[in-house]
Design a protein around this ligand. Structure first.
Ligand code: BDP
Length: 714
């Protein structure tokens, strides 16, 4: 009688301890549920042999032990002898690894890559996780554990995995006061006040999570930078973080405020051609490297949205970047100089300005400068065509900047899987060197033969217990890291892995969840900005719809600048009869997009001012199509809501109900977007919303009157 009670109690206690609050991300390592798979693993994995004495090697060993213990429900011990089922994880310093004659493959693995192979050593069946470095072994270890966590067969593994991009970086838009610009998951995880003496466990868990997906760099501070982070007090704190991250293969970078020589250096100027200024940056950089010997370098937002820069002194972006590049060069550092520039004083279409500014500078940057380009020409809108700079600067390494935080994609409340959006841009063909010159090949350096490459993702991480606020926002952090490592991965593969690790391997759950994740970006585009609409969100906080906004201090901040709706039609003419921004693309791209009949529907209003009665491919008029898309978006997200409800039995209560509540908010926000936008555009189209649809239940005035003074992230 007593035993079941004890069992029940143990279960209850374990149950409470294991509350699924999302903190463990995709690294949960719970006992595998499929008994057949579990038994195979239990017989196939018997011992581990590891190499190395470094902190990184110790982490790899611990990860392997903990992972196996959790997933297999049994302790797998380190051994001195190879037996059947030994997992050997190490570099060629380990005799087993060196005698496997992996030489050729290992040469390809480079500094960070790894091999995982099931093979035979002295007649014993083993699995080798081999790499040239301890960090390669750690990456391989995480990969191997992922195979187990997703219940893959391990008897015939033969994997060589090498990152396609060298610097795989998160950009934190975190301020020193711990607010996060465009952050929707609480405050900054960097507790500057308690640093350097207090090392929050979160820092370690953050590094581990990043290492598990191959992220190897982090910019700690906001691009709208504060020079104080470059002072001694803060550098000591930065060093403490760098020390914590180092064993996980992660380098630390900082944002450099261009006017720092004046603000903290006491100089009268920050002119990049002034020798005193140059010397100041050299000294500052030397100081930084004393604290952080492997400091990664600087990220700079200059002459953009009020930030200081070289143009304040009549100098070019290249002058500014090169000055900093010279300062970090001898230490092996890099400078990531942002191309996100546009000026209200320039009368030209904002779309064109970054290209106009940067293309003439191609070839003028130092070897250790990368120009960091946002995925699209305006600003992380729900959907943008690829940025025309990709393909236009073959002599300069261009790095990609994606926004992982969902500033324009539903912020903290909408379930949107961004991998498909990232891939859409990476796979886009620029035709810069003929057919097949993809954005991805430009970013990874292969198209133009660059030896440095990088990708940045603006982080969606905060101090919320589950890191990202929305449980599904974790998938965007995950997908960003996986794609930065290998942009050839399919979004469905990444979603599949993430779901299995984060929730369950249960097939029905995986299938349904994957399906709506893959559809979710298009669904959001439909209810927010269909057919190529963009930048019609709320002022300042960017929350909710506000297509009517027309009185912000800068014309190019106002939604009306972007949609240009009038009695004739809607959309921005960027053909030769308009701003001719299309001329910034290769002919093959421009030719397709410049013709209203061949331009894909999803980019239509990006490039054309289209009449309300224009016949679309579907046979509907533009106005009808716009209505159709908005309604389709709302209907689709309602359908997702219904699907989620059916999944309750497969996962824990906590995350199930969090997502359920968030989906209810998302449905309401989708309806809000649809109604507000259609009511507003209707004032120009002067046509009714086609009959069979549920009509907006509030007035346009009501939507216009909504205010959100404390919306997060602003
Ligand atoms: C915009 C954000 C703003 C950023 C800016 C940037 O609204 O907060 O500072 O991008 O990337 O989208 O610099």
């Amino acid at each position: 009688m007593k035993k079941p009670l004890i069992l029940l109690l143990t279960f209850l206690i374990a149950g409470t301890l294991l509350a699924e609050d999302g903190y463990r991300l995709w690294l949960r390592y719970d006992l595998l549920s499929d008994k057949t798979v579990l038994n195979k693993y239990r017989t196939g994995i018997t011992a581990i042999v590891t190499s190395g004495n470094s902190a990184t090697a110790a982490i790899a060993k611990e990860e392997l032990q903990n992972g196996l213990q959790g997933l297999l429900g049994k302790k797998i011990l380190p051994a001195n002898k190879i037996t059947d089922g030994t997992i050997v994880a190490g570099t060629p310093t380990l005799k087993v690894i060196s005698s496997l004659s992996l030489g050729n493959h290992l040469a390809k693995a480079g500094k960070e890559g790894f091999i995982i192979i099931s093979t035979v050593f002295n007649g014993k069946k083993i699995i080798a996780i081999a790499a040239n470095t301890d960090i390669g072994v750690l990456y391989g270890t995480f990969y191997f554990l992922r195979l187990l966590q997703t219940q893959q067969a391990i008897d015939k593994i033969n994997i060589l995995s090498v990152p396609k991009i060298q610097n795989r970086i998160l950009n934190h838009w975190d301020n020193l006061n711990r607010t996060v610009e465009r952050g929707y998951a609480g405050f900054s995880i960097w507790d500057w006040h308690k640093l350097p003496d207090y090392i929050d466990q979160r820092y370690i868990d953050y590094a581990r999570a990043n290492a598990s997906i191959g992220i190897n760099g982090t910019v700690l501070t906001n691009v709208n930078a504060n020079a104080l982070v470059l002072t001694k007090t803060y550098l000591e704190k930065v060093a403490a973080l760098a020390n914590t991250f180092r064993p996980y293969g992660i380098k630390v970078y900082l944002t450099a405020r261009f006017s720092a020589p004046i603000e903290i250096g006491g100089l009268k100027t920050a002119d990049p051609l002034n020798t005193e200024v140059q010397q100041w940056w050299k000294n500052k950089t030397n100081e930084i490297y004393q604290y952080i010997p492997d400091f990664g370098g600087f990220l700079v937002k200059a002459n953009s949205e009020g930030q200081p820069g070289p143009q304040n002194y009549g100098r070019s972006h290249a002058d500014g970047a090169n000055m900093l590049a010279d300062a970090v060069a001898s230490h092996g550092g890099i400078v990531m100089w942002r191309a996100f520039v546009y000026s209200n004083e320039t009368p030209d279409d904002r779309f064109k300005q970054a290209y106009n500014e940067f293309k003439p500078l191609d070839g003028q940057f130092r070897k250790n400068v990368l120009v960091q380009v946002k995925n699209g020409p305006i600003d992380f809108q729900p959907r943008e065509p690829f940025h025309p700079l990709f393909g236009a600067m073959p002599n300069t390494p261009l790095m990609m900047e994606f926004q992982v935080t969902q500033e324009y994609l539903g912020q903290g409340t909408n379930l949107v899987y961004l991998s498909t959006m990232f891939k859409e841009v990476l796979d886009a063909d620029t035709y810069s060197k003929g057919k097949g010159s993809t954005v991805a090949q430009i970013v990874d350096g292969s198209l133009d033969g660059h030896t440095i490459s990088a990708m940045a993702g603006v982080a969606n991480i905060g101090n919320d217990r589950n890191w990202t606020g929305h449980p599904f926002a974790q998938a965007n952090w995950y997908a960003y890291g996986r794609l930065a490592w290998d942009h050839d991965l399919a979004s469905s593969q990444i979603a599949d892995e993430w779901i299995r690790q984060t929730f369950t391997n249960e097939k029905i759950f995986v299938d349904i969840t994957k399906r709506f994740m893959l559809a979710s970006h298009q669904i959001l585009v439909n209810y927010m900005t269909p057919l190529g609409l963009n930048h019609i969100m709320g002022n300042g906080h960017h929350y909710g719809p506000s297509p009517w906004s027309a009185n912000l201090p800068r014309a190019d901040w106002n939604p009306v600048y972007y949609h240009r709706a009038d009695s004739a039609g809607i959309g921005f003419d960027r053909t030769t009869t308009g701003s001719n921004a299309l001329a910034q693309y290769a002919n093959e791209v421009a030719d397709r997009w410049k013709n209203v009949n061949t331009c894909p529907d999803e980019y239509l209003l990006w490039f054309h001012h289209v009449g309300w009665n224009h016949k679309m491919r579907s046979g509907r008029t533009l106005w009808e199509e716009l209505c159709y898309k908005y309604y389709e978006g709302v209907d689709s997200i309602k359908a997702v809501q219904g699907q989620w409800d059916k999944l309750e039995k497969f996962i824990d209560k906590e995350r199930f109900s969090q997502v359920k509540m968030l989906l209810a908010i998302q449905v309401n926000e989708a309806i809000w977007w649809r109604n507000a936008c259609l009511l507003y555009f209707q004032t120009f189209a002067k046509m009714p919303v086609p009959g069979k649809h549920e009509q907006p239940d509030k007035t346009l005035e009501y939507y216009k009157s909504l205010r959100f003074p404390f919306a997060p992230g602003n």
